[in-house]
Design a protein around this ligand. Structure first.
Ligand SMILES: [Zn+2]
Length: 298
């Protein structure tokens, strides 16, 4: 039976290649319930959603990974975020509905870039990698990104529909004792050529065991227990307050003068945060002089 909202790690033991398989269902629906997207934009965002879930799972960390595609085309921003606990969120911004069948490259338009940001989440320094968007699909662009910026050979396969988003990742295992699988090695070629035969419908319809058995029939595949992934937005009244504080007292007062209150809606989850003049002043006050306001998130 197909496991929904699950990420599986696996190992192609003879090849020295590890992998991940992900299937996003309720986690994907939770995002789609909050925003309406034309199918082309929806599917691109779904691919980014699967890509960030897969890539975050290759990292050992407590922070979060943010994948962003920006450009000057009809879809000028796609962003997806995952943390170390399998929590995901994402959104896309578009100026116009791209034509049916438009690729990521066509949607993002000129000057398109792919950016990955690793936020350690403990106030530590963010790491950011940026490449020009190359290839037609997000998987192509991710493959280029990994070629340019990572030591470890990595490949992704991504797909999405109105029901689910799914994907697979292969990555060479870091070499120990001098032996490492490289981009030119026979093992890497063998398994990526096999993986290349996977189709979007197989990614969407087959469970991890069946898909891996089909793709890697001759390989020794070790499939690990799945972990759950879900939609979760990390916004909070406190974080919105921090953002407002950074705007500065003058800016806040000018918003208050104009609108009588400060209202902020989270673009990821549509949660609404209302700061009346007293709340807004409290946000600006030096730390410790005002008690924190209770969380009134709806
Ligand atoms: Zn939110």
């Amino acid at each position: 039976m197909l496991e929904t909202d699950t990420l599986h790690r696996f190992m192609l033991e003879e090849a020295g290649v590890r992998g991940e398989w992900v299937h996003l269902d309720a986690a994907w629906q939770a995002l789609l319930e909050r925003h309406e997207y034309p199918p082309v934009v929806r599917d691109l965002l779904g691919q980014a959603y699967a890509a960030v879930a897969l890539t975050a799972a290759t990292l050992k960390f407590d922070g979060s990974l943010i994948l962003q595609v920006t450009g000057t085309g009809p879809v000028h921003m796609i962003v997806a975020q995952a943390d170390g606990q399998g929590r995901l969120r994402g959104l896309a911004r578009f100026r116009e509905t791209p034509p049916e069948g438009a690729t990521l490259a066509q949607c993002a338009g000129d000057n398109a870039r792919l950016m990955l940001t690793l936020d350690p989440g403990d106030g530590g320094e963010r790491y950011q990698g940026v490449v020009e968007l190359e290839g037609e699909t997000l998987a192509d662009a991710m493959n280029v990104y990994f070629e340019r910026s990572e030591q470890l050979p990595t490949r992704l396969w991504l797909t999405a529909s109105g029901e689910s988003a799914a994907g697979m990742l292969l990555q060479a295992v870091p070499g120990e004792g001098g032996h490492a699988v490289t981009r030119d090695s026979e093992e890497w070629n063998r398994v990526t050529i096999l993986a290349e035969t996977t189709s979007a419908s197989e990614l969407l319809q087959l469970d991890a065991g069946t898909l891996l058995g089909r793709l890697f029939a001759e390989e020794r595949v070790r499939l690990f227990d799945g972990t759950q992934v879900r939609f979760h937005c990390s916004c909070s009244r406190e974080r919105v307050g921090e953002t407002l504080r950074r705007l500065g007292r003058e800016e806040i007062r000018s918003i208050l003068a104009e609108q009588g209150a400060v209202d902020v809606t989270c673009e990821f989850c549509n949660a609404h945060y209302h700061f009346d003049p007293v709340d807004a002043e409290a946000v600006c006050a030096p730390e410790g002089t005002q008690p924190p306001t209770p969380d009134t998130r709806q």
